[in-house]
Design a protein around this ligand. Structure first.
Ligand SMILES: [Zn+2]
Length: 389
């Protein structure tokens, strides 16, 4: 195979029903002739959505390209530490809420995946042995629920909800305002009787919550009027990321993305445990086992980048991935530290290697850059993001 310095990626689009029918097509020029939901576009080597490159005119799985020369493709450090591309990047376009979910820690994923292989389940809870910390970077205003509110806020919200059947649980939480109390309270909400759930859902759309909270509740209720997940805005932070804002989620953080378009980068994993707002498999018991029942302060939700020469570096607290956003540049010198994926978010970008290899990418297009490419230059007219490790 001839040596290349840049490999344009052919990517997999996931047609999950919550996906937007227009966002990926309009913003990123992803073909969608039948106006079907297009939820996620995957860039990486996860078997559930493998990217492909061209090898002398023939499509080749990105994982196979990497397997030909792991050190050259991944870089020595990443090859030794992970053995494969350690991250998965996505464009995510949500028209309505994704499930309330938690991603496992590494040890939980390893044990859960081993169990799933032994049990040979039709729809396993674990699809791989990896953890799934993730960063979400907003392209449009992006509404999300993320992390537990302060217990005092949760108690206040449920007192305003004023559903008699929930009163004992709310009183108990007020008396034990810690992780144990929160876990008991959440478990109770997940196991409400049909009558108590109906009463709570009837009341939640008419209780005197502020407009911002009510907007999220209405958005959920519209699609899931019988799902206890509609109560989630009462105990999770509701946040709207503005374009260019990002947040990082540790494994164990209860969350649900509600609406908007974003770039998401995560450890290469598809492990999702769900508690509601979905037609997919729900496993409350396993979700509870993987959830960290500690409130998060609202101010810690946003991740502030460190700016260096027009590049925004996000201080990711794990090893699996790094993420940088670049504004327009003219012949900016670049250096690969490991295997990179670049994605053009707006405008176009031209990647040039001194040996003569040049690749131009349009909005929505992405490329894999082997670690061995080393020095190259970037000229881009809009914004571009880089994933690496
Ligand atoms: Zn998630």
């Amino acid at each position: 195979m001839s040596q290349h310095f840049f490999y344009p990626l052919s990517t997999v689009v996931k047609p999950y029903p919550w996906g937007s029918r227009s966002a990926l097509h309009q913003r990123f020029h992803v073909p969608n002739p039948d106006a079907q939901p297009q939820a996620e576009l995957w860039m990486g080597v996860h078997p559930a959505g493998m990217s492909q490159v061209m090898d002398q005119g023939t499509p080749l799985a990105l994982s196979e390209l990497i397997a030909r020369d792991r050190k050259g493709m991944l870089g020595a450090a990443t090859a030794a530490r992970f053995g494969d591309l350690p991250y998965l990047m996505k464009i995510l376009a949500a028209d309505r809420a994704l499930s309330i979910q938690v991603h496992p820690q590494k040890a939980q994923a390893e044990a859960g995946y081993a169990r799933a292989l032994r049990a040979n389940e039709d729809i396993p809870d674990y699809n791989d042995a990896n953890h799934k910390p993730e960063l979400v970077y907003a392209i449009t205003p992006f509404i999300a629920m993320n992390g537990f509110r302060d217990v005092a806020d949760i108690v206040e919200n449920f007192r305003l909800l004023a559903v008699t059947a929930l009163s004992p649980a709310v009183d108990a939480l007020a008396q034990q305002p810690d992780a144990v109390g929160l876990k008991v309270f959440f478990s109770t909400l997940m196991q409400l009787s049909a009558d108590a759930k109906a009463a709570a859902l009837k009341r939640v759309v008419s209780a005197p919550f502020d407009d911002a909270l009510m907007a999220v509740i209405q958005q959920l209720y519209q699609h899931y009027p019988h799902d206890a997940g509609v109560l989630a805005p009462l105990y999770l932070h509701c946040i709207t990321l503005q374009p260019g804002e990002a947040m990082f989620l540790y494994p164990g953080t209860l969350h649900a993305y509600v609406q908007g378009t974003a770039v998401e980068i995560m450890a290469s994993s598809d492990n999702v445990l769900r508690a509601g707002l979905t037609d997919k498999k729900i496993n409350v018991e396993e979700l509870i086992a993987c959830t960290t029942f500690s409130p998060i302060s609202r101010t810690s939700l946003l991740m502030e980048p460190e700016w260096q020469e027009g590049q925004a570096h996000y201080p990711i607290p794990i090893d699996d991935f790094r993420f940088t956003v670049l504004n327009a540049n003219e012949a900016l010198p670049m250096q690969t530290r490991s295997a990179e994926i670049v994605l053009v978010m707006t405008g176009s970008a031209t990647l040039t290697h001194p040996a003569g290899d040049t690749l131009t990418l349009q909005t929505g297009q992405s490329a894999f850059i082997p670690a061995a490419t080393q020095n190259w230059t970037l000229t881009n007219t809009g914004t571009l993001c880089r994933a690496y490790s």
